[in-house]
Design a protein around this ligand. Sequence first.
Ligand code: UD1
Ligand code: CA
Length: 503
Amino acid sequence: MSPQQVVAAVVVLAAGQGTRMRSATPKVLHELGGRSMLGHVLAATAPLEAGVTLVVVGSGREAVEAHLAAVAPDARPVLQAEQRGSGHAAQVALDAVPDLEGPVLVVNGDSPLLTPATLGALVAAHSAAGSVFTVLTAEVGDPTGLGRIVRGADGAPRAIVEEKDATDEQRAIREVNAGVYVASAATLRRVLAGLSTDNAQGEQYLTDALAPLVEGGAPVAAVRAEDPVDVLGCNDQRELAARRRTLNDRVLDALMVAGVTVVDPATTWVDVTAAVLPGARLLPGVQLHGTTTVAAGAVVGPDTTLTDCTVGEGATVLRSHCSQAEVGPRATVGPFSYLRPGTRLAAGAKVGAFVETKNAVVGEGSKVPHLSYVGDATIGRGSNIGAATVFVNYDGVTKSHTTIGDAVRVGSDTMLVAPVTVGDGAYTAAGSVITQDVPPGAMGVARARQRNVAGWVGRRRPGTAAAQAAAAATGAAAEGTAGSRPDTDGPDRPAEPAASHEQ
Ligand code: UD1
Ligand code: CA
């Protein structure tokens, strides 16, 4: 243990089955606020900079170990093959580090609201009191299901009694065990070795470590948490939802204090890992997940979900669903846009209604305003992609890239069959299927020529409203066939300019 380290080890108890969750997912892997329950506990203990962090695993071991490897590779899993109680779990952990000395923090893996401040205060109180075993407690309104802290007439802690083993008198106690302890490794080893299973659940309770120490005259302490909410555990789905709400309230409070506008905190959900800068506005129904960051002056929502996205200053993202996308400063997204991984919108770019993008770079000031799919594409600056354009990037086997230059006008309903390049300043005619490169300044036209069959409606749909309207317009008899011409192509005429649908 180095001099700065206040605890030699952190032991997280995470082997329990979590039966009350009634879920195939191991309890500590349930998520709230962007992290697993276990992830929150590890984040709260991280600032202690313990020499080693041990996580006791058992139920759902493979999944918990895989999760640990991903989120906390430095933490060491220790297997508790049979779940014989929290005391047994702590013992298994200490057995894995036989040479360890000094204070050890033991914490339940199902306490996602713990904060570094609460844990720091507990550790500080432990060392200030010269205690060998210190338990974190809280005064709660409803202590149902929790271990009660029994204090003597002098106020000193005497025992922790589980609810199932408590007398009526003890059940009335509202000071409860938080499931967080600091103890000297040597003391803990000794006392855990002597635990019995003589209790209502037939388990070795970690909580039973306290009473024998008191009886032996060892210095112990019970420290109340400043905020009782911090210590709330999570045993079933209702508690999980309640903890998630509390965590979210904390995140939103901090954002609002810092100057973020949150129009409707009840429908706004921000992960602890997301960042929103002062001056940003979150409208109702917004969810910000993962590493999402929202810059000052940006407006997100209503009804928008962003996962691992970056939203630049002054950008707007309206009623959209985006993941791993970068929205540049002053860019606009939505309503109803779907930005998928690898999307990068430069400053002032626009992606509008019913547009899906993936692996797509949209250059400064360029627009994809309506009803388009843009996949595997690079679009230069100041270009416009007409409505209902599709970047046809997949031939069933491989994906190919499309490059659009600067100041390009892609006509509405263009199919850009990749790999293909449209040069700077080029146009494509509306309705074209572009399979060959369009050089700079050229117009690519690739569509069947139109022919009009004169008088067809009057001949083939006589008596209809269309026929009458046509007759009125042309002065022909509504039902007659006079003046009809054979079906022929019209005269040749040059392709018209692309009718790009631009705003
Ligand atoms: C525990 C405490 C209780 C306290 C409450 C706070 C005990 C006996 N009781 O009760 O006093 O008020 O936490 O939330 O400790 N675990 C293992 N291996 C096992 C059994 C449990 O690793 O064999 C782990 C669980 O995964 C969990 C923690 O220990 O993270 C506590 O177990 P749990 O069953 O949730 O205990 P509670 O009934 O909540
Ligand atoms: Ca629990």
